[in-house]
Ligand binder design. Sequence first.
Ligand SMILES: Nc1ncnc2c1ncn2[C@@H]1O[C@H](COP(=O)(O)OP(=O)(O)OP(=O)(O)O)[C@@H](O)[C@H]1O
Length: 291
Amino acid sequence: MEVRNISKSIQETEVLCDVSFSIAPGTITGIVGRNGVGKTSLLKTMVDIFRPDEGEVRVKGESIQINPSAKQHVIFVSDVTEAFKNESVDHIVSFYREVYPSFDHAYFEELMARFDLEKIQQVKKYSKGRKALFALILAFATRADFVLLDEPTDGLDVIVKRQMMQFMVEAVAENDISILIATHRLDELETLADQIIMLKDGQVEARYELESVKMQYQKMQIVYAEQMPEEVIEKVNILQQSGRVYVCFIARADNETKQAVEKSGPLLIEELPMSLEDLFIAKLGGDRFAT
Ligand SMILES: Nc1ncnc2c1ncn2[C@@H]1O[C@H](COP(=O)(O)OP(=O)(O)OP(=O)(O)O)[C@@H](O)[C@H]1O
């Protein structure tokens, strides 16, 4: 699936600006960015709920804007699950079977049993978490090749969340589907995603392969007897400071900065494990963290 040079304005405000990236089969992609940056709008554009002003979305080589039937390979699960209202589970399933010719009823039943979700007469009577779970089960049962999820684990209890994350990893590996997740839950994404698309001001600020970014940067804890000298502060990206303890972000290849740190005579230099959250703060936390 390819997003090509998408731009979109809503009420004269540019929400997406020349956004391009692609999603390979059998991968999980995370879309991250601060509140209001355009994550949901991007997902909606990828299923043609929002029409882009410029650019196109291609699925299996076909533009969904030109050939709407290409949309049957993509399913979007919104974080707003109120749409189900009074319908029964069976009624909603019949509707999905009509819209998605590839809907797999046996797989749907298997997933309902796997997640221990009972069928009820009015889906609106499911709790918030169960509604979210039901929406996810429906989405995967369509057997769509591309599953786009907006904050998918919102409302799920910790046990179901773990089960769902485990299921997603299996589904991607076994069925070669691709999942795209827009979320603020960076800790969850970290265990799931192959690539991360970071949005800023409606644009792609960065694209990371998670494993390679961890090879590119180091998170260091540096402790001084007094303060970190000014000339070092100017070179490193400080993620956190607590008294004389500084947690910094340094490019692995940046030997000049590493030498400056060593020369400044710290009491301790120690490498810490780096998380996606650290990267998010370093990239999107403001000028102080600009890398
Ligand atoms: N239907 C709409 N009408 C007017 N403005 C909208 C509409 N949908 C989105 N926007 C605006 O587009 C911008 C991007 O919103 P969007 O919901 O895509 O961001 P987001 O990254 O998903 O945010 P969050 O992390 O808070 O969920 C915001 O400024 C929002 O106010």
